[in-house]
Ligand binder design. Structure first.
Ligand code: MRU
Length: 342
C-alpha cells in the first residue's frame, strides 16, 4: 500500500474515498486532476495534501508550454493558486506551495525550473517519511507497555508520505516491543477513523477497536483509555492545535479524566506566523456529509446543518507536541518557537 507515488511524468494516488471496500489507485498526468484529488478528498491528511500539491506543481511544469520564461513562471504560479484554493486549514499545503514557488523563481530557465520542481517535490515526500519516523522515535517514550491509546481521524500512513504521525508514534512503540492497543474514534461525519485508521491498523496487525465518537468519554471515565494521541492540521505560535472536528472535545474529556493528550506532527505543520488557533480558517464542508451515511439519507429535508471539518484545541489541554525536531512539553507555557530553532 502507498498513499502517493511519483512516476516521472505522472502521479499515482490511492483513492481514499473508496476505502475500506476497495483499494484503487489512479494515475494522473495533468496537475488539475491532482487539484481535484485534494478538493474531493481522494487524498487527505495535512502532510499528504502538501506532498500532492508539490508533485502536482512539478507535473504542471512538465505540461506548460511557453515561449518565454516570464509566461512559464506566470502559468506555474496560476497552478500554485489552484492548489492553494482547494482546502484552507492544513498549513502543510501552503508551506509546500511556498517551497515550490521559491524554486519557480530560482530556476534559470524552463528546463532548470522543471528539474528543480521535480527535485523539490521528491524532497517534500522523502522528508515527510523521514520526519514521521523521527516523530515516532521522539514520541514512543510517552507510551507504556500495555497502554490503550485513543486516536481520532486518520493521522497514519494514509495521511502522510508513509508511516504516519500519531500512528507513527504508536508504530514506533510497538516496534520497540511494547504491547499497545488502539481505540479509534470513527470520526463523524467523514469517518476517517472507521474507514482509514481501522483499515491501515488491521492491515498491519495492530490491535484496534473502533468506537463511535460519543463513546470516548465512557471509555475514559471507566479507565480503559490511558493516553490520547492525535495529528494536527496547523499548530499556531502559542501551541494551539487545529485538527479534525472532535479533537477539542476529546482534549476536554482527557483533561477532566487526567489522561495525557499528545499531538504528533512534523514541523511543516507548525505555523509560527499565526498567533493563535482562533485565527485559523476552519473549512466548512458540504451538508450532505452530515445528512447522509453512505447513500442513505439520515436527516429530514428542511433541517439546517453545519459541518465544520476542524476545531481548535487550546495549548493548555495538550501535554506535549511531538515533532521531528523534538518534543514541546507544556506547549501552553513554551509555544512552538523553540522547536523551530532546533
Ligand atoms: O479532512 P482530513 O481527512 O484531511 O483531515 C485530516 C486530519 O484532521 C488529520 O488528523 C491531520 O491532517 C493530521 S494527519 C497526519
Amino acid at each position: 500500500m502507498f498513499s502517493i507515488k511519483w512516476n516521472g511524468d505522472s502521479v499515482t494516488i490511492l483513492d481514499q474515498r473508496l476505502l475500506p471496500g476497495e483499494e484503487v489507485y489512479h494515475t494522473y498526468r495533468h496537475f488539475s486532476d491532482l487539484v481535484d484529488a485534494i478538493r474531493y478528498m481522494e487524498v487527505r491528511g495535512a502532510p499528504l495534501i502538501g506532498i500532492t500539491a508539490g508533485m502536482g506543481i512539478a507535473l504542471a511544469a512538465q505540461h506548460v508550454i511557453s515561449d518565454s520564461l516570464v509566461n512559464f513562471r506566470d502559468e506555474l504560479i496560476k497552478a500554485c493558486d489552484q492548489f492553494a484554493a482547494t482546502r484552507p486549514t492544513a498549513v502543510n499545503l501552503f508551506a509546500a506551495i511556498s517551497r515550490m514557488k521559491k524554486k519557480i523563481n530560482e530556476g534559470r530557465d524552463i528546463a532548470d525550473i522543471r528539474q528543480l520542481l521535480e527535485k523539490e517535490a521528491l524532497a517534500l515526500y522523502a522528508e515527510d517519511i523521514e520526519a514521521n519516523k523521527t516523530i515516532g522515535k521522539n514520541g514512543s517514550r510517552f507510551l507504556n507497555d500495555g497502554d490503550v491509546v485513543l486516536t481520532h481521524c486518520n493521522a497514519g500512513a494514509l495521511a502522510t508520505g508513509g508511516y504516519g504521525t500519531a500512528l507513527g508514534v504508536i508504530r514506533s512503540a510497538i516496534e520497540e516491543g511494547k504491547k499497545i492497543q488502539v481505540y479509534a474514534c470513527e470520526t463523524r461525519p467523514y469517518l476517517q477513523g472507521a474507514r482509514l485508521t481501522a483499515w491501515e491498523l488491521v492491515r498491519d496487525g495492530i490491535p484496534v477497536t473502533l468506537i463511535t465518537d460519543s463513546m470516548s468519554g465512557h471509555f475514559m471515565r471507566t479507565g480503559v483509555i490511558k493516553k490520547v494521541i492525535v495529528g494536527a492540521d496547523r499548530i499556531t505560535a502559542n501551541g494551539d492545535v487545529v485538527n479534525k472536528i472532535g479533537t477539542y472535545t476529546l482534549s476536554v474529556l482527557a483533561r477532566e479524566h487526567k489522561i495525557p493528550f499528545y499531538v504528533a506532527a512534523p514541523v511543516s505543520t507548525l505555523d509560527p506566523a499565526t498567533k493563535t488557533g482562533d485565527e485559523v480558517t476552519i473549512e466548512e464542508r458540504g451538508v450532505d456529509e452530515v445528512a447522509y451515511i453512505g447513500d442513505k439519507q439520515i436527516a429530514p429535508e428542511g433541517v439546517f446543518i453545519r459541518n465544520p471539518a476542524f476545531d481548535m484545541t487550546p495549548a493548555r489541554n495538550i501535554a506535549a507536541i511531538i515533532t521531528d525536531k523534538g518534543v514541546i512539553e507544556n506547549p501552553a507555557g513554551n509555544g512552538i518557537a523553540k522547536a523551530l530553532k532546533q
